[in-house]
Design a protein around this ligand. Structure first.
Ligand SMILES: NC(=O)c1ccc[n+]([C@@H]2O[C@H](COP(=O)([O-])OP(=O)(O)OC[C@H]3O[C@@H](n4cnc5c(N)ncnc54)[C@H](O)[C@@H]3O)[C@@H](O)[C@H]2O)c1
Ligand SMILES: [Zn+2]
Length: 373
C-alpha cells in the first residue's frame, strides 16, 4: 500500500463493487449518488437524534435542491437502538411510507445507524439499495465499509445480521467537526488498528501526524483514505470472514470483554476505548508468548497515550473486573476449539496474525498479572 492520498477508494467485490468518496462537503454530492444508485424516485434518511439535529437540515436541503423526494426516520442516539424493537419500528416505517424496492435507504449517522439501517435495508422488501453516509470517525474508517450490518441480541453484540453491501459510501469530513473529542479519539483507535494489523508504514505516518489529524488538518483526509483502503483491501480478499478479515478483530476479543463487563455503559467505556486497551493487551500478551518484542509493545503504548487513549484496564473508571468475569466474556466472544481460543496476536507493529491455539489458562494467567500490575 502506497501513501498517496486517494479521494475515491474502490471496494472490489465483483458485481457488488462500490466506491467510497472522501472529502470536505461531499454531502453536496448526495443527489448524484442517489441518481447513480437507483432508478427509484424516493429515498428515506435513517439517522439518530444527534446527527439529525446537527446535519439533518443540510442533507435535506441538498435533496430538495435536486428535487429528490425524501422522508426521515429518526432513532434514539446510542448503542441501545441496535435492537429488535428499533429494527422493527424502522422496517415497518419504511413499509408504511410505501417505499418501493427500487427506492433508497440513506444510512446517515455513526456505526449504530449504519449497522441498523443497513440491516433494515437488507430485509425490507427483500432488499433495498442503500448508501452509507457515516458521520462518526469510527463509522467513516470502519463500520460503513465492508457490508457487515446487524443488531445486538440479548445473547450478545452483533449476533443478528447480514452481509449486505451498500451502493456507495459518502464520507464528508465536515460533519466530524460536531463529533465530541472523546468519540473522535475512540474512532482513532480503529485508524491505528490498520497500522498495527499489517501496514507498518501507516503506523509510522500516524506517529508523525497525529496532531494534524486531531486538528482536522490535511493528514485527517489521508488517514481516513488509508484506513478505507486498508479495510477495502482486506474485505475484498475475504468478504465473509473465512480467513484474514479476522485480523480486523485485533484488540476486539479483550475489548468486547471490557465492554461486556461495563455493560455497554458509554460513560465508562466506548467501543474504540475498549479496542485501544484491547490492542495494548494483545501486544503485551504476544510478548508474554515470546512473539512480540518489548520495544514494539512500548511503541504502541507510547502512541496510544500520546493521543490520550486508555491503555490499561485500570484506566476504566469504576470497579475492576475479576479475571473470571473477563474470561467468561472471552469464551462467549470466541469459539473454543478443542479447548483452545482463537486470538489475533502480533509479531510486532504491522505484523499481526491469527492464532487458533491459545490455551485459556495462558489468557487468564496474563490477565491476572495485568490486573495486579
Ligand atoms: N459493521 C461493522 O463492520 C462495524 C465495525 C465497527 C463497529 N461497528 C459498530 O459501530 C457501532 C459504534 O459506532 P460509533 O462509534 O459511530 O457509535 P454511534 O453510532 O453510537 O456514534 C457515537 C455517538 O456520536 C454521535 N454522532 C455521530 N456522528 C456525529 C456527528 N457528526 N456529530 C455529532 N455527534 C455525532 C452519535 O449520535 C452517538 O451519540 C457499534 O455498534 C459497533 O458494533 C460495526
Ligand atoms: Zn471495532
Amino acid at each position: 500500500m502506497t501513501l498517496d492520498v486517494a479521494t475515491t477508494v474502490p471496494v472490489e467485490l465483483g458485481e457488488r463493487s462500490y466506491e467510497i468518496e472522501i472529502g470536505s462537503h461531499v454531502l453536496a454530492n448526495i443527489a448524484s449518488a442517489v441518481e447513480q444508485a437507483t432508478t427509484g424516485a424516493r429515498c428515506v434518511i435513517i439517522t439518530d437524534s444527534n446527527v439529525n439535529s446537527a446535519h439533518g437540515e443540510t442533507i435535506r436541503r441538498h435533496l430538495n435542491e435536486a428535487q429528490i423526494q425524501h422522508d426521515t426516520i429518526e432513532v434514539a442516539a446510542g448503542e441501545k437502538s441496535k435492537n429488535w424493537e428499533t429494527l422493527q419500528t424502522v422496517t415497518d416505517k419504511i413499509l408504511e411510507l410505501r417505499l418501493e424496492r427500487s427506492d433508497l435507504v440513506l444510512a446517515f449517522g455513526g456505526g449504530v445507524v449504519g449497522d441498523l439501517a443497513g440491516f433494515a435495508a437488507s430485509i425490507a422488501r427483500r432488499g433495498m439499495k442503500f448508501i452509507q453516509i457515516p458521520t462518526s470517525l469510527l463509522a467513516q474508517v470502519d463500520s460503513s465499509v465492508g457490508g457487515k450490518t446487524g443488531i445486538n441480541s440479548q445473547h450478545g453484540k452483533n449476533l443478528v445480521g447480514a452481509f449486505y453491501q451498500p451502493s456507495k459510501v459518502l464520507i464528508d469530513l465536515e460533519v466530524l467537526k460536531t463529533l465530541s473529542k472523546r468519540e473522535f479519539r475512540a474512532g482513532y483507535a480503529e485508524v491505528a488498528k490498520y497500522g498495527l494489523i499489517k501496514y507498518p508504514d501507516f503506523f509510522e505516518f500516524l506517529e508523525h501526524n497525529h496532531k494534524d489529524i486531531f486538528a482536522h488538518g490535511p493528514a485527517l483526509t489521508k488517514a481516513i483514505a488509508k484506513s478505507c483502503q486498508a479495510k477495502a483491501e482486506i474485505v475484498a480478499a475475504d468478504e465473509t470472514e473465512k480467513g484474514q478479515r479476522a485480523l480486523l478483530n485485533l484488540g476486539h476479543t479483550f475489548g468486547h470483554a471490557l465492554e461486556g463487563y461495563t455493560a455497554y455503559d458509554g460513560s465508562r467505556l466506548v467501543h474504540g476505548e475498549g479496542v485501544a486497551i484491547g490492542m495494548m493487551l494483545a501486544h503485551q500478551f504476544s510478548n508474554r508468548l515470546n512473539q512480540c518484542a518489548m520495544d514494539d509493545v512500548s511503541r504502541v503504548e507510547a502512541h496510544l497515550k500520546a493521543v490520550g487513549l486508555p491503555t490499561r484496564i485500570q484506566d476504566i473508571p469504576g470497579d475492576l473486573p475479576s479475571v473470571e468475569t473477563l474470561m467468561s466474556f472471552i469464551a462467549q466472544d470466541k469459539k473454543v476449539k478443542r479447548g483452545a481460543l482463537t486470538f489475533i496476536l502480533t509479531k510486532g507493529v504491522g505484523n499481526s496474525y491469527i492464532a487458533d491455539d491459545v490455551p485459556p489458562s495462558e489468557v487468564s494467567a496474563f490477565l491476572s498479572e495485568h490486573l495486579n500490575s
